[in-house]
Design a binder for this molecule. Sequence first.
Ligand code: LHQ
Length: 265
Amino acid sequence: MRSNFQHLLVEQDGAVLTIIMNRPEKLNAFNDVMLQEITEVAEAAARDDAIRCVVITGAGRAFGSGQDLTSFAPRSNTGSPPRVSEHLTKYHRLVLALRGMPKPVIAAVQGVAAGISCNIALACDLRIAADNARFIEAFARIGLVPDGGGGFFLPRLVGMGKALEMSMLADEVSGYEAERIGLVNKCVPLAEFEATTKALAQRLARGPTRTYALIKQLIYTSVDSNLETTLELEGELQDQAFETADHREGVTAFLEKRSAQFSGK
Ligand code: LHQ
């Protein structure tokens, strides 16, 4: 994986890869270069067995402020409107890379997460917020519908009523409120944010990585499926999990009354 990026900082600490969106003067708004770079890194991380957990976060005082509105603006004069749906397919590639990543992905959100940046956080498996976090489904403020998978993730995380409220009113949701409604897994004081994120990422990176990939498949398939189909899938996935070295290690460790040392295999 290359290490030189225009709008990203990428750091590897053991088996944890941290991707830092880095346009702080624009609150990490997505332009084409940053979107292309983060997608490239996410896809490379998915293929790299040495990486067992991915963290996505923002530089400076924000997670991200959504699409850079200076680089993708509506045309006010005559002429054909910009094909926003074509532009969105680039975001969809990132969303699919995060959901399909065969290892855990954490969004670490401090400061504002607005518009499509908020929804990229929702595409991750787990979310940690600092107590200065501000989640804004800002789309309706500029006459748009939630994109970047927001229409899918929001009602599944917070229920239909809150999803409609957040999308229509586009009001800020604080970190602690986000924790209360299930939008994030945990909100912590800003002073503890980095250490909490690191501890969770390192813990996940020591876990049974292949099984985590199967868990993602099971949970994400189930929300769009019925009980019978999910039970069938559960059997197929458990067959695979049962064959992993980490399953054998987990059982052996239990029987030997010691902690399991998972290899991710
Ligand atoms: C920005 C941005 C930004 C450029 C702050 N762009 N510069 C849409 C269209 C097309 C295709 C694809 O999909 C989308 C999806 C979307 O993401 S739609 C939603 C787009 N985002 C927004 O509508 C949010 C716009 N930003 C804001 O409302 C505020 O900046 C928030 C609430 C995020 C933060 O407010 P403050 O903390 O008060 O910061 P600020 O407004 O002072 O921003 C700091 C700087 O960042 C400022 O630049 P300046 O040169 O004046 O210091 C802003 O202009 C710039 N910035 N967001 N999206």
